[in-house]
Design a protein around this ligand. Structure first.
Ligand SMILES: Cc1cc2nc3c(=O)[nH]c(=O)nc-3n(C[C@H](O)[C@H](O)[C@H](O)COP(=O)(O)O)c2cc1C
Ligand code: SF4
Length: 523
């Protein structure tokens, strides 16, 4: 049978599936059959414009034409409109690459997501896949580490530690075995960039892990993936199989001296298992509990061996750095925040989704230009950046550029790049209460400031909310936050005060505290 000349793309990404992409794909195939139309349906990754999902694309001579959101009921009408030739229709969005939301982005890590068939090695290679590893196989471990260090890449999991420096520690460690442990726990609220890479371009992560393995001398890797991501688990496992069969994993990769293999381990989705030492415990089959540091996982990690622990996005950014060179990547960004960040827009927004931009983009650009303002049409009042442990920012901070150091100066974090927007109906005292409650639920229980402090913190906020002895309970809450920040064993307890304090500082009226008692700005 000859290959159909028309290719139609329907995302297989979990976000698109939740919006009916499977029903759309089925309806497209059935309608094509009914009309005797030969066509190939590729289940690509999502372009990240969730309000347009399921977004169907057709490959035409002029480029890919997009239509969305396409429900099963729209399919017959699309055929009638001649969409296979890019025909006009009320759902027509024009050429995908010309959609300004996409065009304004700088997609480096996400370069292939939505473009390729995630499980086609041929597609991957035709779109610059494995170029980074090919180059890495010609370099010494020191040269690879040097390239990653010079690129300025910092960990995208939250702590923003320089990736090259971490790799160099593992490279220099003497041990009978070393490991690469990819942190795909992605527990932060409002985040999904790891998931989208694993579903949309899984071979990029495998390539990044293999480059890391060559750089530090590891021969085995694990991806620690949460059970709530069944599509990512399936896609990544299938991609590992494909890479193995083609000699991109396994013994003597592509005839080189590097041997490396990977497996996916499924976690049960406890937030604390995203913390690296807890993740290592969980990978070893134990209950995920924080290990005191030192020793660093880079020296004594998985099964006591030197281990690179990196986030999915950190590792998936490595292939392009090796392919295009450190300078290419470093040329994006501001200050010490180099390269790009896949930012995940969520919450009360009209057009939320995945935006990959160089560091330096402001919150306002993200909320207004990309997010399209609030979905409710009411003014945006607060933004939480960096997950459940990230600070809230009021409107006076919306011109802050996304830059690790700038955010730190304003008592905030960028974390894993999650941006959650709230309109003016939000009750910030309730948000602060929730931060402590979240910490109480997710605490591993190993240290007192977090285990006990989070529950006491929630109680104090509840008393303030009930207007009980507000001054005394406010003072007590500030003291408690100080203890949690300074005496917790890990960043769960250490950072839970961030959202609480930022809410108190910027929105005291929500707690029934007079604005004059606290400075309105977090400066
Ligand atoms: C409570 C807590 C949860 C975390 N969850 C994640 C997570 O889900 N994914 C992740 O990559 N890093 C998470 N981290 C950060 C990791 O401990 C670690 O810094 C990271 O995996 C290192 O990789 P990177 O240098 O590439 O960012 C978490 C940290 C804490 C304290
Ligand atoms: S801060 Fe919380 S999560 Fe971290 S070790 Fe202490 S009890 Fe466990």
């Amino acid at each position: 049978m000859s290959t159909p000349s028309i290719t139609v793309y329907v995302p297989g990404d979990a976000g698109a599936l939740a919006l009916g992409a499977d029903a759309t794909a089925k309806a497209l195939a059935a309608e094509a059959d009914r009309r005797g139309q030969s066509m190939r349906v590729v289940r690509n990754g999502s372009r990240g414009m969730f309000w347009l999902e399921p977004m169907v694309e057709v490959a035409t001579a002029r480029g890919r034409q997009a239509y969305g959101p396409v429900r099963a009921a729209d399919v017959a009408g699309l055929f009638d409109a001649g969409f296979l030739d890019g025909g006009d229709h009320r759902l027509a969005l024009g050429l995908t690459e010309e959609i300004s939301w996409l065009k304004q982005q700088e997609r480096l890590t996400y370069a292939r997501v939505g473009i390729t068939d995630p499980l086609s090695l041929e597609d991957y290679v035709a779109n610059d896949g494995y170029k980074g590893l090919e180059r890495a196989l010609t370099l010494s471990p020191e040269e690879i580490v040097d390239e990653v260090t010079r690129s300025g890449l910092r960990g995208r999991g939250g702590a923003a530690f320089p990736t090259g420096i971490k790799w160099n520690t593992v490279r220099g460690a003497e041990a009978e075995r070393k490991y690469i442990a990819c942190n795909a726990d992605e527990g932060d609220s409002g985040t999904y960039s790891d998931r989208m890479i694993m579903e949309g371009d899984p071979l990029a992560l495998i390539e990044g892990m293999t480059i890391a393995a060559r750089a530090v001398g590891a021969d085995y890797g694990y991806v620690y993936l949460r059970s709530e991501y069944p599509h990512a688990i399936r896609t990544l496992r299938a991609a590992i199989e494909i890479a193995r069969e083609a000699g991109w994993l396994g013994e003597k990769i592509q005839g080189s001296s590097t041997s490396f293999d990977v497996e996916v381990r499924v976690g049960a989705g406890a937030y604390i298992c995203g913390e690296e030492t807890s993740m290592l415990d969980s990978l070893e089959g134990k209950r995920g509990m924080i290990r005191p540091k030192p020793p660093l996982p880079a020296l004594k990690g998985l099964f006591g061996m030197p281990t690179v622990v990196n986030n999915v996005i950190s590792l998936a950014s490595v292939p392009i750095i090796l392919d295009r060179g450190a300078k290419y990547y470093e040329d994006y960004g501001v200050g010490r925040s180099r390269g790009t960040l896949p930012i995940q827009l969520a919450g009360n927004l009209r057009t939320p989704g995945l935006v990959e931009k160089a560091f330096g983009v402001t919150l306002r650009e993200l909320i207004d230009d990309f997010g399209g303002g609030t979905a409710s049409g009411r003014p945006a009042r607060a933004v939480q950046v960096g997950g459940p442990l990230g600070a809230y920012f009021d409107e006076s901070h919306f011109d802050l550029p996304l830059d690790y150091e700038e955010f730190q100066k304003h008592f905030g974090i960028l974390g894993h790049g999650g941006v959650v927007v709230f309109d003016d109906t939000v009750d910030m005292a309730e948000q602060a209460r929730f931060a402590m409650e979240f910490c109480a639920i997710e605490s591993c229980g190993k240290c007192t400031p977090c285990r006990v402090g989070s529950t006491r913190g929630r109680e104090l906020i509840e008393k303030i909310m009930r207007s009980e002895d507000v001054d005394a309970n406010h003072a007590q809450l500030l003291k408690l936050c100080d203890v949690m920040e300074n005496a917790s064993l890990c960043a769960l307890g250490g950072m839970a005060p961030l959202p609480v304090l930022s809410a108190l500082r910027q929105f005291p009226q929500d707690f029934g505290i007079a604005p004059s008692e606290e400075p309105a700005h977090v400066e």
